[in-house]
Design a protein around this ligand. Sequence first.
Ligand code: ATP
Length: 375
Amino acid sequence: MSEVTLKGITKSYGGHLAIPPLDLEIPKGKFVTLLGPSGCGKTTTLRIIAGLEQPSSGELSLGGRTVYSGETGHFVPPEKRGLGFIFQSYALWPNMKVDRNITLALSQAGRPKAEISERLAEALQKVQLQGCGERFPSELSGGQQQRVAVARLIAARNAILLMDEPLSNLDAVLRTEMRTELKRLSRDLGATTIYVTHDQVEALTMSDIIVVMKDGVIQQIGSPYEIYHQPANLFVAEFIGDPRVNLLDGELFERDGRSVLRLRETEIVLPYMLAQTAGPVRVAIRPERLTLHDRPTANTLPAEVDVVQPTGSQTILSLSARGTAMTALIPRFVEAWPSRKVWLELDPAGVMVFDPATGGIARPVTTLTRHVDAA
Ligand code: ATP
C-alpha cells in the first residue's frame, strides 16, 4: 500500500521548471532514498512532501489523506502533516536542555506527563544518551547532537520520517555508526522513511528502494541490487558504484542465435540474447568484474597497470587498455602488481550493453541470466 503518493507534482522557480511532472508511490514501512547529483531536485521533492515548499501543480497524499491539491488549492501546513524530520542541521533549540528538545513537540501536543517521561527515557536509552538529558546542545559533540535529533524522532513516533542529508556534517566513523542507527530506527519504528542523499554508499547501504533522479526526472526506481546490477541507463550505471563503472565502445553482432560483442579484436559471447542484434554499443562493466592475467585467455583485452591503490581489504588498480582508462577491483591487499603488461578478463555475465544514442540499456529477449550469481 502506498503511504506517500505524488501525482503529477511540479515545481517552478520563476521560469525555471525544477521538477517536471513527478509521479512517485512510496510503500508503507519502506526506507526509500532519493538519490542524485546536486541540483537534481531531491531536496525540493522532500520539502514538498514536508509541506515546506508549495508545489506548482499536482496532487500529494500522505497515508491516504490529500495534503496538497493543485486543482482545489487545498494545502495542509507542515505541522499538521504528522511527519518526523531530521535535517543536515539538527535544528536543536540551543537554549533548551536535551530532554526539553526531545519532548517539546509532545508537550505542545498535550500528551500526558507520564507518557512523555516514558517516551523520553526510551528515546535516550535507544541512542545511548542516558544521563545527558540535563545538558544543553552546546555541551555535546556533533555526533551526540545528532543523536538528540534521532531521539526526538524516536519519541515522536511518527509514521513517516523525512531525512535530508542528515549525516553529511559528521566525520567518516560517526557517519558509518549513524547510518546503522538510522536504519535501525526506521526498522524499529516500522516507519516509512524518505531519505535524501547524493551519497551512493548511504543509498545502497540503507535503502529498501532507491529512486535515482536527474534534472527533476526519475531515472530508475529499484532495490539497491537492481540499481547496481541492472541500471536502467548509462546515467545510473555511471552514477552508482565506487570505483566507477568502466565504459568502452563496442560493436554488437549475432552469431548462432547468440549476441556477441566485439571490443577491438576481442569477441565476447554474451550469456543472453539482446533485443538489439547489431550495431555500435556502449559497454559498461563494474571494476570487480575484471580479472587480471599474465597471458591472453578468453574474453581478455591487453592493458597496462598504471597505479596500484590498496584500500585494506581490496586493491584498486588503474589501467590503460590501449588508451582507454579502466579500473579493476581486486578483493585482496596488493602493494605492487608484478608486471605492467597484463590481460584484463571481462566477465561476460557482468557486461552491460547500452544504446550509445539514447543511453538506454539493451534489453535481453531471453530470460535475464546475468548477475544472478549475486542474488
Ligand atoms: P543538492 O544536493 O545540492 O541540495 P538537490 O538535488 O536537492 O541538490 P534541489 O535543491 O531540490 O536539488 O534543487 C533543484 C533545482 O531547483 C535546482 O536547479 C535549484 O537551483 C533549483 N532551486 C531550488 N530551490 C530554489 C529556490 N528557492 N529558488 C530558485 N531555484 C531553486
